[in-house]
Design a protein around this ligand. Structure first.
Ligand code: DGJ
Length: 380
């Protein structure tokens, strides 16, 4: 009896709640909610982790890793979503599928991370670059993969995977460094002053000279003049390298530099404002968050200068529990850039959320502050 009366009273309330939440789910988003689940056009949390973005013909295209329930390995491929306002995303499906062929570099079960797509005006092709690890080899391969498509949403055809710039020394290594003989066998103990000096002089560059430089966490940056650059964690994740791409964006041109040797930077993201390149990276702590780092340069080839952590306020030392992946310019707004980051959940990778925050400028420098909710009006 009591139960019946309780149900009579409570059921209209429940119905109202269900109706309210389904309207909310279908209503167009007008804000960003960092750290919350982000429903796509079908009400499913966006599955595009370690993502990157391309603005093409009036639309934004968000590419990212399809993460599964229990593993971060690639069981599906790279996803693509589109949007005209950055708040509401339409699932455009799998842009690049993993292969069923066990012999393929991108066979199901390999690791595909941080895909970035750029458009080549000369060839009229869309080119995807991504970090690739071979199936069953953990993170040992440290390769970069390239795939191409005639349409922005794909399908992207895998072209090849490789280490960076085999046989070529970095343009900012001195002749003395090039001629030095350094052997990793003599530097088995890491983090000592001698080891730092050797890393700085190219200990791992030399070890990998023949095979090519290691390439893990990465981004791709296209400059105003159309030149594109691959920026990646190399040399056992100790040193960042910036490598110029060929004009067709399908490979490296052979020119590259090493920056912050021994600095242990991952997750590079970059933008350019008023002629200055700003780079935001993370430290190296696996899936756990750490303190963001920031660098700037007037010339992509350096010199690069280190600044303090751009994050301020509570949890700034953990980048608000996230790790950078990309910085997207907001089209049609001056000096408006969005910092995109991932809040990883390695035990349940599919659930990982996105931390998008506006890049604000204080005293000419980028600053990141936490917002529970924000919209593009934050940009003046
Ligand atoms: C941190 C990297 O930034 C991620 O992309 C991923 O490679 C994890 N490490 C794996 O531990």
């Amino acid at each position: 009896m009591i139960a019946q009366r309780f149900f009579k009273i409570i059921s209209p309330v429940l119905l109202a709640c269900v109706a309210f939440f389904s309207v909310q789910m279908n209503a167009a988003n007008k804000s960003f909610y960092p750290g919350k689940q982000w429903p796509d056009d079908k009400g499913v949390h966006v599955n595009a982790h370690g993502g990157g973005m391309l603005y093409y013909q009036g639309k934004y295209y968000w590419f990212g890793e399809f993460k599964s329930e229990t593993t971060s390995s690639a069981l599906v491929g790279v996803t693509c979503y589109s949007s005209s306002d950055l708040y509401n995303w339409k699932n455009k499906g799998i842009a690049m599928k993993v292969s069923d062929d066990e012999k393929s570099d991108i066979t199901k079960g390999c690791i595909i991370e941080r895909p970035k797509v750029i458009y080549n005006k000369k060839t009229n092709k869309f080119v995807m670059w991504f970090h690739l690890e071979m199936k069953g080899q953990g993170y040992a391969a440290a390769r970069v993969g390239v795939a191409v498509s005639n349409q922005v949403t794909g399908p992207y055809k895998f072209v090849r995977s490789f280490r960076s710039n085999p046989g070529i020394y970095a343009a900012n290594m001195t002749d003395e460094q090039k001629n030095m003989s350094l052997d990793v066998k003599n530097y088995e103990k890491w983090w000592t002053p001698e080891w730092y000096k050797a890393v700085s002089d190219g200990l791992f560059t030399k070890r990998d000279l023949k095979e090519g430089q290691m390439s893990r966490d990465m981004t791709i940056f296209v400059d105003d003049n159309g030149k594109a650059y691959h920026i990646y964690s190399s040399e056992e994740n100790l040193t960042l390298q910036i490598a110029e791409l060929t004009d067709d964006y399908l490979g490296h041109s052979g020119k590259y530099i090493r920056i912050f040797p021994g600095g242990h930077n991952e997750a590079p993201s970059i933008f350019k404002k008023d002629g200055t390149y700003w780079m935001i990276t993370s430290g190296c702590t696996g899936w756990d968050p750490n303190e963001a780092r920031m660098f700037s340069a007037k010339n992509i080839w350096g010199p690069w200068e280190k600044h303090s952590n751009p994050c301020v306020g509570e949890d700034a030392k953990l980048t608000f529990h996230s790790q950078s992946t990309y910085i997207q310019k907001v089209e049609g707004k001056k000096d408006a850039y969005i910092f995109m980051a991932d809040r990883w959940t390695p035990k349940h990778p599919i659930e990982a959320s996105y931390i998008w925050l506006p890049i604000l400028f204080e005293n000419g420098k980028p600053v990141l502050k936490w917002y529970d909710q924000w919209n593009l009006n934050v940009f003046k």
